[in-house]
Design a protein around this ligand. Sequence first.
Ligand SMILES: Cc1cc2nc3c(=O)[nH]c(=O)nc-3n(C[C@H](O)[C@H](O)[C@H](O)COP(=O)(O)OP(=O)(O)OC[C@H]3O[C@@H](n4cnc5c(N)ncnc54)[C@H](O)[C@@H]3O)c2cc1C
Length: 497
Amino acid sequence: MKKCVIIGSGLGGLSTGVILAREGFDVTILEQEAQPGGCLQCFQRRGVKFETGMHFIGSAQRGQTLNRLMRYLEIDDIALQALDTQAYDIVRLGNDEFRFPNGTEAFIEQMSRYFPHEREGIEAYINCVESVAQASSLHTLNLENADSAISTEYQLRSINEVIESHIQDHVLRDVLVGNLPLYAAQRDKTPFSTHAFIVDFYNQSSFRVTGGSDLIGLALQKRLEHHGGHLFTHQKAVKIHDDGQRVTGVTTADGNYYDADIVVSAIHPVPTLAMTDSPLIRPAFRRRMNHLPNTIGIFAVYLHFKEGRMPYLNSNYYGYRPGVSPWDSGEYTLADWPRGYLYMHLCHQAQPRYARAGVILSYMRFEEMAPWVGTEVGHRGADYEQFKRQRAERLIDAVGKAFPTLRDSIEHYYTSTPLTYLNYTGTPEGSAYGIARDISLGVSCHVPQRTKLPGLYLTGQNINSHGILGVLVGTVVTCSDLLGTEYLYQQIIKANL
Ligand SMILES: Cc1cc2nc3c(=O)[nH]c(=O)nc-3n(C[C@H](O)[C@H](O)[C@H](O)COP(=O)(O)OP(=O)(O)OC[C@H]3O[C@@H](n4cnc5c(N)ncnc54)[C@H](O)[C@@H]3O)c2cc1C
């Protein structure tokens, strides 16, 4: 029985742990925080629950990709609430709203109603999205249909370039990237494949987790323990040991030592590599990882609504300042922040009539955190509290333009900044989604699942992509390396028979 220590209990660590424990590995997950789950964590204040990271998921209907993975992970009994199938996403540009319905045909019809002169372009665009998603065996979980030529082409072309090749109308171009905060895309940099996977994923079906996304983490933890694995909190990994040939164990900040034949790090590669001084990891690789760009951070306002006041919004709402393209919302100045936001409600029970909690997310660059870097949670000072209050007020005002009853419906609110994320997940610069994909860097952006130090593997959102599907695909990649690709795919197929 091989001993496997996993660093980090986010979705990446937990899902890798479940698979390896099920396959007979002796799995121990080490989590630095008091609560497991990473971005799956929720927190409670005054009896109301808030989600910190994952808010909605896609492709979770029977037979769709996420559902197949959830069945394989034995967590498909989690209760989900479908978002409005006619408007799972609503994009507001200036004063105009555009609704995204689920399903290819519905999407073409709806977008063509808004932009009748672009019907052909819309069809070509959505066909392109689907063919890119279908070409990846990792996204369809079907080894036979993989088309590496399509995959490679769209990993090398930018989102804006491909959209512009199909769509002439400038407003429609912006509408199609209205959900861009979900992947923090940048013009001329982010590959079209990232956009295509996410659009296809949510267009097939979209859901919130009834009761909060921490239920995914709790369900995975249960499966891990059912298969004999262990999870320890308050165990911050600080050193990965080796004997000159392969990994031997992990030490935590309080001096505990965990023996390991295999170490899987489910945290960002930069802090991972800082934990080993093995010469088997080449300086060029360390340099490359240290220089990879990270996605922008996020400022969040968590809204506790007065009882029975705020009708539950069964859509995700993306708003942009008039005249601002979604592409430019990260390029804000202090005067015009926020240029854009994403506003969502938490689904606290099946079919809620009123929302108890909501969240507003907006980009925030880490440079804004400079005065408080190095301070401790809860002790950052009055100026930090004032900064957060001012930003929260601005964000509430911005969303209030589309939802005039918002301010009066709020009982309390709480905030978080990129510094909060840095503390709670360890992701450098409090980056929302980890390493940014950039076509101009080509393969140097690639983070391998296996390192040159035998026995040290990587998983989590930096391997393939972030988000529930991106991270689970990363888990499949890492576990395929340990178990064999054909074997793992067979197990997934078997679990879905
Ligand atoms: C604001 C926000 C909204 C999002 N919304 C969605 C959404 O709606 N849908 C969706 O699919 N995705 C969403 N995502 C993305 C998704 O939540 C993440 O991509 C995913 O949860 C990341 O999982 P992970 O395991 O890679 O990393 P993380 O969740 O960051 O987990 C890493 C874990 O490792 C621990 N750790 C770090 N260092 C150490 C150490 N030295 N020792 C021990 N433990 C350590 C951390 O405490 C943490 O628990 C969102 C993300 C954010 C930030």
